[in-house]
Ligand binder design. Structure first.
Ligand SMILES: C[S@@+](CC[C@H](N)C(=O)[O-])C[C@H]1O[C@@H](n2cnc3c(N)ncnc32)[C@H](O)[C@@H]1O
Length: 242
Protein backbone atom coordinates (compact mmCIF):
# COMPACT_ATOMS: atom_id res chain seq x y z
CA UNK A 1 0.00 0.00 0.00
CA UNK A 2 1.88 3.07 -1.25
CA UNK A 3 -0.43 5.85 -2.49
CA UNK A 4 2.67 8.00 -3.16
CA UNK A 5 4.14 5.34 -5.50
CA UNK A 6 7.65 5.91 -4.15
CA UNK A 7 7.51 9.74 -4.36
CA UNK A 8 9.14 11.68 -1.50
CA UNK A 9 6.50 13.22 0.75
CA UNK A 10 6.69 16.16 3.16
CA UNK A 11 3.97 16.53 5.81
CA UNK A 12 5.26 20.04 6.62
CA UNK A 13 3.24 21.92 9.27
CA UNK A 14 0.08 20.06 8.23
CA UNK A 15 0.77 16.55 9.46
CA UNK A 16 0.89 15.97 13.22
CA UNK A 17 1.87 12.75 14.93
CA UNK A 18 1.08 11.40 18.40
CA UNK A 19 4.36 12.92 19.62
CA UNK A 20 3.01 16.39 18.78
CA UNK A 21 0.13 15.93 21.23
CA UNK A 22 0.35 16.76 24.92
CA UNK A 23 0.54 13.79 27.29
CA UNK A 24 -2.78 11.94 27.31
CA UNK A 25 -3.19 12.47 31.07
CA UNK A 26 -2.60 16.25 30.87
CA UNK A 27 -6.33 16.99 30.56
CA UNK A 28 -8.41 18.00 27.55
CA UNK A 29 -6.52 19.26 24.50
CA UNK A 30 -8.32 22.00 22.57
CA UNK A 31 -7.33 21.16 18.99
CA UNK A 32 -8.60 24.54 17.78
CA UNK A 33 -5.34 25.97 19.14
CA UNK A 34 -3.53 24.28 16.23
CA UNK A 35 -4.86 26.97 13.89
CA UNK A 36 -3.89 30.59 13.28
CA UNK A 37 -7.54 31.64 13.82
CA UNK A 38 -8.70 29.31 16.61
CA UNK A 39 -12.14 30.89 17.11
CA UNK A 40 -13.33 29.95 13.63
CA UNK A 41 -15.86 27.11 13.18
CA UNK A 42 -14.15 23.78 13.69
CA UNK A 43 -14.89 20.56 11.76
CA UNK A 44 -13.36 17.10 12.12
CA UNK A 45 -13.09 14.34 9.53
CA UNK A 46 -12.54 10.79 10.78
CA UNK A 47 -10.64 8.56 8.33
CA UNK A 48 -9.47 11.10 5.75
CA UNK A 49 -7.80 8.54 3.45
CA UNK A 50 -6.05 10.39 0.61
CA UNK A 51 -7.48 13.70 1.84
CA UNK A 52 -9.78 14.50 -1.07
CA UNK A 53 -12.67 15.79 1.07
CA UNK A 54 -10.34 18.04 3.09
CA UNK A 55 -8.63 19.44 -0.02
CA UNK A 56 -11.95 20.26 -1.66
CA UNK A 57 -14.03 21.42 1.29
CA UNK A 58 -11.31 23.43 3.05
CA UNK A 59 -10.67 25.38 -0.17
CA UNK A 60 -14.39 26.13 -0.52
CA UNK A 61 -14.82 26.99 3.17
CA UNK A 62 -11.71 29.03 4.07
CA UNK A 63 -13.38 30.61 7.12
CA UNK A 64 -13.55 27.23 8.91
CA UNK A 65 -10.80 25.06 10.40
CA UNK A 66 -10.62 21.36 9.55
CA UNK A 67 -8.89 18.59 11.48
CA UNK A 68 -8.54 15.25 9.66
CA UNK A 69 -7.70 12.13 11.66
CA UNK A 70 -6.17 9.20 9.82
CA UNK A 71 -4.50 6.19 11.46
CA UNK A 72 -2.86 4.60 8.39
CA UNK A 73 0.60 6.16 8.11
CA UNK A 74 0.83 5.99 4.31
CA UNK A 75 -2.47 7.82 3.80
CA UNK A 76 -1.76 10.34 6.55
CA UNK A 77 1.60 11.18 4.92
CA UNK A 78 0.13 11.29 1.40
CA UNK A 79 -2.83 13.52 2.38
CA UNK A 80 -0.67 15.85 4.52
CA UNK A 81 1.76 16.36 1.63
CA UNK A 82 -1.15 17.04 -0.71
CA UNK A 83 -2.68 19.64 1.64
CA UNK A 84 0.74 21.27 2.22
CA UNK A 85 1.30 21.66 -1.53
CA UNK A 86 -2.14 23.34 -1.84
CA UNK A 87 -1.12 25.76 0.96
CA UNK A 88 -4.36 25.16 2.86
CA UNK A 89 -3.59 26.82 6.18
CA UNK A 90 -7.01 25.89 7.62
CA UNK A 91 -6.29 22.13 7.66
CA UNK A 92 -4.32 19.86 10.02
CA UNK A 93 -4.07 16.10 9.77
CA UNK A 94 -3.46 13.99 12.81
CA UNK A 95 -1.97 10.48 12.67
CA UNK A 96 -3.81 8.55 15.37
CA UNK A 97 -6.89 6.51 16.26
CA UNK A 98 -9.81 8.93 16.09
CA UNK A 99 -11.90 7.14 18.71
CA UNK A 100 -9.11 7.39 21.28
CA UNK A 101 -8.44 11.01 20.37
CA UNK A 102 -12.07 11.88 21.02
CA UNK A 103 -12.21 9.95 24.25
CA UNK A 104 -8.93 11.00 25.84
CA UNK A 105 -7.98 14.35 24.34
CA UNK A 106 -10.84 16.45 22.94
CA UNK A 107 -12.78 18.82 25.24
CA UNK A 108 -16.53 19.39 25.32
CA UNK A 109 -18.47 21.43 22.80
CA UNK A 110 -15.80 22.50 20.30
CA UNK A 111 -16.78 20.96 16.93
CA UNK A 112 -19.52 22.13 14.59
CA UNK A 113 -19.41 19.05 12.32
CA UNK A 114 -17.91 15.55 12.44
CA UNK A 115 -17.56 13.93 9.00
CA UNK A 116 -17.45 10.13 8.66
CA UNK A 117 -17.34 9.04 5.03
CA UNK A 118 -16.96 5.45 3.81
CA UNK A 119 -15.66 4.24 7.13
CA UNK A 120 -14.19 0.72 7.19
CA UNK A 121 -17.14 -1.73 7.45
CA UNK A 122 -15.31 -4.50 9.37
CA UNK A 123 -17.82 -7.07 8.00
CA UNK A 124 -16.98 -10.04 10.26
CA UNK A 125 -19.04 -10.14 13.49
CA UNK A 126 -15.97 -10.58 15.66
CA UNK A 127 -14.59 -7.30 14.20
CA UNK A 128 -17.73 -5.18 14.70
CA UNK A 129 -16.19 -3.73 17.86
CA UNK A 130 -13.62 -2.02 15.58
CA UNK A 131 -16.28 -0.02 13.73
CA UNK A 132 -15.96 3.69 14.46
CA UNK A 133 -19.61 4.09 15.47
CA UNK A 134 -20.39 2.44 18.83
CA UNK A 135 -22.65 3.56 21.68
CA UNK A 136 -19.54 4.87 23.45
CA UNK A 137 -18.18 6.79 20.43
CA UNK A 138 -21.63 8.36 19.90
CA UNK A 139 -21.50 9.60 23.51
CA UNK A 140 -18.07 11.09 22.80
CA UNK A 141 -19.16 12.69 19.50
CA UNK A 142 -22.16 14.19 21.30
CA UNK A 143 -19.89 15.57 24.02
CA UNK A 144 -17.36 17.11 21.60
CA UNK A 145 -19.98 18.68 19.31
CA UNK A 146 -21.25 22.16 20.02
CA UNK A 147 -25.01 22.74 20.46
CA UNK A 148 -26.88 21.52 17.35
CA UNK A 149 -23.59 20.20 15.94
CA UNK A 150 -23.78 17.47 13.30
CA UNK A 151 -22.36 14.01 12.70
CA UNK A 152 -22.51 13.41 8.93
CA UNK A 153 -22.25 9.85 7.68
CA UNK A 154 -22.08 8.25 4.22
CA UNK A 155 -21.50 4.58 3.39
CA UNK A 156 -21.93 2.12 0.52
CA UNK A 157 -22.08 -0.87 2.88
CA UNK A 158 -25.59 -2.19 3.65
CA UNK A 159 -24.66 -4.02 6.86
CA UNK A 160 -22.77 -1.00 8.17
CA UNK A 161 -25.74 1.20 7.24
CA UNK A 162 -28.04 -1.03 9.31
CA UNK A 163 -25.54 -0.76 12.17
CA UNK A 164 -25.71 3.04 11.92
CA UNK A 165 -29.52 2.96 11.90
CA UNK A 166 -29.63 0.71 14.97
CA UNK A 167 -27.19 2.94 16.85
CA UNK A 168 -29.10 6.08 15.86
CA UNK A 169 -32.39 4.48 16.94
CA UNK A 170 -31.18 3.64 20.45
CA UNK A 171 -29.40 6.97 20.99
CA UNK A 172 -32.24 9.37 20.23
CA UNK A 173 -31.51 11.04 23.60
CA UNK A 174 -28.19 12.15 22.02
CA UNK A 175 -28.97 12.66 18.33
CA UNK A 176 -31.92 13.39 16.06
CA UNK A 177 -31.72 11.97 12.56
CA UNK A 178 -32.03 14.39 9.66
CA UNK A 179 -31.61 14.03 5.88
CA UNK A 180 -28.06 14.38 4.59
CA UNK A 181 -27.32 17.59 2.70
CA UNK A 182 -24.38 17.39 0.28
CA UNK A 183 -21.49 19.77 1.10
CA UNK A 184 -20.06 22.08 -1.57
CA UNK A 185 -17.27 19.56 -2.24
CA UNK A 186 -19.81 17.27 -3.95
CA UNK A 187 -19.91 17.44 -7.73
CA UNK A 188 -22.97 16.74 -9.86
CA UNK A 189 -24.59 13.50 -8.68
CA UNK A 190 -22.27 13.05 -5.70
CA UNK A 191 -23.00 12.99 -1.97
CA UNK A 192 -19.56 14.22 -0.84
CA UNK A 193 -16.97 13.51 -3.53
CA UNK A 194 -14.37 11.44 -1.65
CA UNK A 195 -11.97 9.01 -3.32
CA UNK A 196 -14.01 6.04 -2.18
CA UNK A 197 -17.27 7.56 -3.39
CA UNK A 198 -15.78 8.13 -6.84
CA UNK A 199 -14.30 4.64 -7.00
CA UNK A 200 -17.54 2.97 -5.82
CA UNK A 201 -19.68 5.13 -8.12
CA UNK A 202 -17.75 3.75 -11.10
CA UNK A 203 -18.70 0.28 -9.85
CA UNK A 204 -22.37 1.36 -9.74
CA UNK A 205 -22.78 0.88 -5.99
CA UNK A 206 -25.64 2.68 -4.18
CA UNK A 207 -24.86 4.98 -1.25
CA UNK A 208 -26.65 5.66 2.03
CA UNK A 209 -26.29 8.85 4.07
CA UNK A 210 -27.60 10.47 7.25
CA UNK A 211 -27.03 13.50 9.43
CA UNK A 212 -27.28 13.10 13.20
CA UNK A 213 -27.91 16.43 14.93
CA UNK A 214 -26.86 16.84 18.55
CA UNK A 215 -29.76 16.94 20.98
CA UNK A 216 -29.18 19.16 24.00
CA UNK A 217 -31.06 19.35 27.29
CA UNK A 218 -31.55 17.38 30.47
CA UNK A 219 -31.99 14.03 28.75
CA UNK A 220 -28.80 14.37 26.70
CA UNK A 221 -26.40 13.39 29.50
CA UNK A 222 -23.52 15.04 31.29
CA UNK A 223 -19.90 15.70 30.29
CA UNK A 224 -18.05 12.45 29.60
CA UNK A 225 -14.45 13.58 29.13
CA UNK A 226 -12.53 10.60 30.36
CA UNK A 227 -9.22 11.20 32.11
CA UNK A 228 -7.45 8.01 31.08
CA UNK A 229 -6.92 5.25 33.59
CA UNK A 230 -4.84 3.36 31.04
CA UNK A 231 -2.44 4.18 28.22
CA UNK A 232 -4.35 4.40 24.92
CA UNK A 233 -3.36 1.53 22.66
CA UNK A 234 -1.70 2.09 19.29
CA UNK A 235 -3.93 2.06 16.24
CA UNK A 236 -3.77 -0.82 13.80
CA UNK A 237 -2.09 0.19 10.54
CA UNK A 238 -3.52 -2.41 8.17
CA UNK A 239 -7.25 -1.86 8.31
CA UNK A 240 -7.92 -0.55 4.86
CA UNK A 241 -6.83 -0.47 1.28
CA UNK A 242 -7.54 2.59 -0.78
C1 LIG B 1 -12.43 3.14 3.52
S1 LIG B 1 -11.35 4.48 3.83
C2 LIG B 1 -12.25 5.91 3.31
C3 LIG B 1 -11.36 7.11 3.14
C4 LIG B 1 -12.09 8.40 2.76
N1 LIG B 1 -12.98 8.84 3.80
C5 LIG B 1 -12.84 8.25 1.47
O1 LIG B 1 -14.08 8.24 1.49
O2 LIG B 1 -12.18 8.14 0.43
C6 LIG B 1 -11.45 4.60 5.59
C7 LIG B 1 -10.27 5.33 6.18
O3 LIG B 1 -10.48 5.50 7.57
C8 LIG B 1 -9.27 5.23 8.26
N2 LIG B 1 -9.68 4.86 9.62
C9 LIG B 1 -10.47 3.83 9.97
N3 LIG B 1 -10.68 3.81 11.29
C10 LIG B 1 -10.00 4.87 11.81
C11 LIG B 1 -9.82 5.39 13.11
N4 LIG B 1 -10.38 4.79 14.18
N5 LIG B 1 -9.06 6.48 13.28
C12 LIG B 1 -8.48 7.09 12.21
N6 LIG B 1 -8.60 6.63 10.95
C13 LIG B 1 -9.36 5.54 10.74
C14 LIG B 1 -8.61 4.14 7.45
O4 LIG B 1 -7.22 4.06 7.66
C15 LIG B 1 -8.96 4.57 6.03
O5 LIG B 1 -7.99 5.43 5.47
Amino acid sequence: MDPARGKQLDVGQIGLGRADLPAHDAGPFDARALFAFPTRPFEIEIGSGKGTFLVQQASLQPESNFLGIEWTAEFWRYASDRIRRRELSNVRLLHTDATEFFRYWLPDGIARVIHLYFSDPWPKSRHHKRRVVQDESLRQFHRVLEAAGELRIVTDHVDLWNWYREHAARNTHLFAERPFVAPDSAQEGELVGTNFERKFAREGRPFMAMTLVKVSGASAGRSMFEPPTRTPVSAPQDSSSL
